[in-house]
Design a binder for this molecule. Structure first.
Ligand code: FE2
Length: 288
């Protein structure tokens, strides 16, 4: 079903078409390089909360335009101490498989399920990712819906997990992929606890809040808590909770980190083909 949003003060009608029964909607007919009027901004924001992931087609944004689009929905967030973006656009993070010399490295980052910056006291609200250079095929981004995963849990387990808190650690999640943080990086991102079951601050809906930065459970032996998180993540990322995005040239994605996990799928020849995207993030609010 396609909804056509056309209200009196919207200069440009646009269409919202769901991409799956679970989440995600395609938005066509909007030019993101131009500022929205208030009615359009409100309609897009409503769709964002309803579908959790919006896919804007056929865009071509400069970094300034991407920053301008993003900040219509909140406050832009800086990145980690190691990756501050480049040059005159420190708030635009370059997601890429290229070496410093600009050749494909064979390595794809962020291939494990996560919620961006879940290790921050106020984790990221939303991420905007714009395709700049895509491989001929693959390089998908997958999304798991934590509302649906929580709803799919047995009532007894929901009750048992109520009030449980999780330690999110950038340091430990980097160790898990073989990188040791510098002292500056550790100071920049100390471990943080968040509720395992998070109430979305805008929709009021409950969902899991975890991912690769979620290390273990507060008040439980580390190994036991770790195993529990891994079991819950295995439940939460089953195919029925996942939408796979096949990128098209010109796509801009905007997703809600408060209720989705995501990861890059290295399903392309990363030693041969470039994959470059521009990322901006919006600052969220504390989880409790
Ligand atoms: Fe990410």
């Amino acid at each position: 079903m396609t909804d056509t949003v056309q209200e009196a003060s919207v200069s440009q009608a646009f269409e919202i078409t769901p991409l799956s029964d679970l989440m995600a909607a395609e938005v066509t007919g909007l030019d993101l390089s131009q500022p929205f009027d208030t009615v359009t901004q409100a309609a897009v924001n409503r769709a964002f909360l309803e579908y959790q992931l919006l896919v804007f087609r056929n865009q071509s944004l400069t970094k300034d335009q991407q920053v301008g689009f993003t900040e219509q929905f909140g406050t832009l967030e800086r990145h980690t101490a190691r990756n501050r973006g480049v040059g005159t656009h420190p708030l635009v993070h370059i997601v890429s498989n290229l070496t410093a010399e600009g050749t494909p490295s064979g390595t794809v980052n962020s291939t494990q399920w996560h919620s961006d910056k879940s290790f921050r006291p106020a984790p990221s609200m939303a991420t905007v990712l714009h395709a700049v250079t895509l491989p001929p095929d693959g390089g998908d981004t997958c999304f798991a819906n934590m509302y649906a995963a929580y709803a799919g849990l047995a009532d007894a387990e929901k009750t048992e997990l109520e009030g449980v808190r999780v330690i999110h650690s950038w340091e430990l999640s980097r160790e898990n992929i073989g990188r040791v943080l510098s002292e500056e990086e550790k100071r920049d991102a100390p471990p943080m606890t968040h509720p395992l079951i998070r109430v979305h601050p805008e929709t009021g809906r409950k969902g899991f809040f975890m991912g690769m930065h979620a290390s273990h459970l507060e008040g439980m032996p580390r190994d036991k808590g770790r195993a529990r998180i891994e079991a819950l993540e295995a439940h939460a990322t089953q195919p029925q909770f996942v939408y796979r995005h096949h990128w098209r040239d010109g796509d801009v994605l905007m997703w809600d980190n408060r209720c989705l996990l995501h990861h890059a799928d290295p399903n392309f020849d990363a030693a041969r083909h470039p994959r470059v995207l521009h990322r901006t993030c919006l600052r969220g609010t504390p989880t409790a």
